[in-house]
Design a protein around this ligand. Structure first.
Ligand code: K7E
Ligand code: CUA
Length: 680
């Protein structure tokens, strides 16, 4: 977002001046607060009932779950609303030392891509699965921007269970948008790239941007029962930057909309190059018609190379499948499937109101917020009110689709959410405020300063047919003096605002984990009752599971693999004495947690391991790979304080020099299962 300000300045010097004034005022305001001389008299002044509105007594549950993207930490964090209490961090695209995700042998494959193992991504948009246009609490879909991927989190376990790589894509940003019954999860490219039509990006001269670069929109089918994803087809679109996506509802539910910028197709210095045209586009795609075209033979096929990673429910082992082709449609061959609506300068957010009639486009460099009408769009298509075409895609006349413009909303509009009561709320990045306006007459009715530089807003269900218009969460990029300083890097933050009345009321300010972009929230009773408490041991079909202590074993396989099948139960591991391992061996600790009780994970860590611990849920088996480099005795232990005797939950593994004649032995307690030979 840093570049936004420079972009704004270069593109609109007058507005920039105004912006600088406003930004200056805001910063001045905050230095006063920091100085303490106006503490209590600032714009954050909380109404006296704010504390009680967010107070959730110890032992009581929050009303809602919220899922905030972690941005550049590649994870999702789960907070209770209204308390703002952090409940969990769900690792998705990033290795997580806390529980071994991406480090354990079982989970590594989740992070496989056509570029190899990619243990990080930039996660922006969580989207809950839907039934009849309402969030249903089954799955959470999220995007990885950098190495294009879409992931699915299962909300019975709060675990990432599936990751689909997206071919022909770069900067998978307008993603993932689920249709009203998850028929498709739709993902578009922020960065266009030259496609070599053989499954990768071509080796093309960069000054050939205009002729060679293309974007793509991917349509991922979702199994209605299991949630499993499958890339059905793509639409190859002109080489703009596709920024955000949002889908229709009610009358517009067959459509999905994308903001685009860089319709100039500039391949360099985009902060200037992509801001030349007075208008870019809102792309409207009839996804139902696209699916019909794809089904009825309009789709061509090209070679591709992309990974699909799935976590097996019972073994907890992730497996990768490599897909070798993809189907695609070309808009110029599919009449009626795609239209372009002119939208002011470099739009960012696109948000469709709960009735499905209004498409609100937040142009970060625009001075007004255009609201397009779906019914006018339908009429304009019917009456062919076109303003030429771009790459064979009809461009609709601006006036023919525009319903109204929200005048003087603030500076730097980014995203809009709806309360289901006829109001819209737009975030203003530059003027750091949330602006409430009415859908009936498009007038601004309230403003709330937020601290500072707000990106997305989130109202629970605020992007669906039925928002829950009680709370709004503003997610802020910059916090400056809001919290105790923590060196050069400060926490990003979320602010909870009460929107149940006419005027917005600030309730709570809480720091977030990394950078939240978008978020979702849902009533707790749609998720909590289905939460899994432990995994059933008798359903564990991991090939190296150990269901009883008497089945624990240590075996040498071939020359230099040692496989240890270990159990963990309060408060010991079996075996806890192991000998016969040699330098040069690859040792696998397959640890099964025998507990059949809620909230009793055991951890496992061994000295010198070059990965992480693994945290094993009750009833599950997890594997840590270890390659000891020096002879010696290595302690291992449980990392999660699981019982009064947790500190006793430890053992030793002896590593002898390569070629030593120490036989493999293992035991727990005094009795040795085989005699121990000496090292020499
Ligand atoms: Cu941060 Cu939705 Cu990636 Cu706007 S995006 S802020
Ligand atoms: Cu098991 Cu501590």
């Amino acid at each position: 977002m840093e570049t936004l300000i420079t972009k704004f300045r270069k593109a609109a010097p007058k507005a920039a001046l105004l912006m600088a004034v406003v930004a200056g005022a805001a910063l001045q305001g905050c230095s006063k607060i920091a100085g303490g001389d106006t503490a209590g008299a600032t714009a954050t002044a909380l109404s006296s009932d704010a504390a009680s509105a967010v107070y959730v007594a110890p032992g009581k549950h929050d009303e809602l779950y919220s899922f905030l993207s972690g941005g550049f930490n590649g994870q999702v964090s789960v907070y209770g609303i209204p308390s703002g209490r952090l409940l969990k961090i769900i690792p998705v695209f990033t290795q997580h030392g806390e529980n071994g995700y991406g480090y354990s042998e079982e989970s590594k494959a989740m992070l496989n891509t056509s570029h190899g193992f990619v243990p990080w991504d930039d996660l922006h948009h969580p989207k809950l699965s839907r039934t009849n246009g309402q969030t249903d609490g089954r799955w959470l879909f999220v995007n990885g921007n950098n190495t294009p991927r879409v992931a699915r989190i299962d909300l019975t376990t709060f675990e990432t269970v599936e990751i689909m790589e997206i071919p022909n894509s770069a900067g998978n940003h307008c993603s993932p948008y689920p249709t009203n019954n998850n028929e498709y999860v739709i993902a578009g490219t922020r960065f266009s790239v030259p496609l070599d039509m053989k499954g990768g990006t071509g080796d093309v001269a960069l000054d050939k941007y205009e002729e060679e670069f293309r974007g793509s929109i991917s349509f991922i089918k979702v199994d209605p029962e299991k949630g499993d994803m499958d890339l059905d087809f793509q639409i190859l679109v002109p080489g703009f930057d596709y920024d955000l996506a949002n889908g229709g509802k009610g009358p517009s539910e067959d459509w999905v909309f994308f903001t685009t910028y860089n319709s100039e197709k500039s391949g360099t210095l985009k902060e200037v190059g992509a801001s030349q045209n007075d208008k870019d586009y809102l792309a409207a795609v009839n996804w139902k018609l696209a699916a019909k075209y794809a089904k009825e033979g309009k789709a061509r096929e090209m070679p591709a190379n992309y990974y699909h990673n799935k976590m097996d429910k019972n073994s907890h082992i992730a497996k990768s499948t490599v897909k070798k082709k993809v189907r695609y449609l070309l808009p110029e061959e599919c009449p009626g499937m795609m239209y372009l609506l002119p939208a002011p300068k470099s739009p960012h957010g696109i948000d469709v109101d709960p009735t499905g009639e209004y498409m609100v486009v937040s142009g970060k460099l625009a001075s007004a917020i255009p609201v397009f009408s779906f019914s006018k769009m339908q009429a304009a298509i019917k009456n062919k009110q076109f303003d030429g075409e771009k790459n064979g895609i009809p461009v609709l006349k601006y006036e023919s689709v525009l319903k109204a413009e929200v005048k003087e909303p603030g500076l730097g509009p980014l995203h809009t959410e709806f309360d289901g009561k006829g109001n819209a709320y737009t975030s203003m990045f530059v003027s750091s405020e949330v602006v409430k306006w009415k859908l009936s007459d498009f007038t601004v009715v309230d403003r709330m300063p937020v601290y500072y530089s707000v990106g997305h807003l989130m109202i629970p269900g605020g992007d669906t047919k039925e928002p829950y218009g009680k709370y709004l969460v503003a997610m802020n990029k910059i916090t400056k003096d809001r919290y105790l300083p923590t060196g050069p890097e400060l926490a990003h933050s979320a602010q909870l605002i009460d929107i149940s009345g006419e005027k917005m009321k600030m309730l709570l300010d809480f720091p977030t984990v990394a950078e939240p972009h978008y978020a979702q929230a849902i009533k707790a009773d749609l998720v909590a009752p289905k939460s899994v408490k432990f995994f059933k041991l008798d359903e564990n079909n991991h090939p190296h599971a150990t269901k009883k202590e008497s089945e624990a074993s240590v075996k040498r396989e071939g020359k230099n693999v040692v496989r240890i099948k270990m159990t963990a139960i309060r408060s010991h591991m079996t075996p806890d004495n192991i000998e016969g391992v040699q330098v040069g061996d690859t040792v696998y600790f397959h640890v099964t947690n025998l507990e059949q009780d809620w909230d009793v994970p055991h951890g496992f860590a061994v000295m010198g391991a070059n990965n992480a611990e693994t945290l094993i849920m009750p009833g599950a088996t997890q594997t840590l790979k270890w390659m000891p480099k020096k002879a010696g005795v290595y302690p291992f232990y449980c990392t999660d304080f699981c019982s009064a005797l947790h500190q006793e939950m430890q053992g030793y593994i002896r590593v002898s020099p390569k070629g030593s004649n120490v036989p493999i032995t293992f035991s727990t307690g005094k009795k040795k299962q085989a005699p121990v030979a000496s090292a020499k």
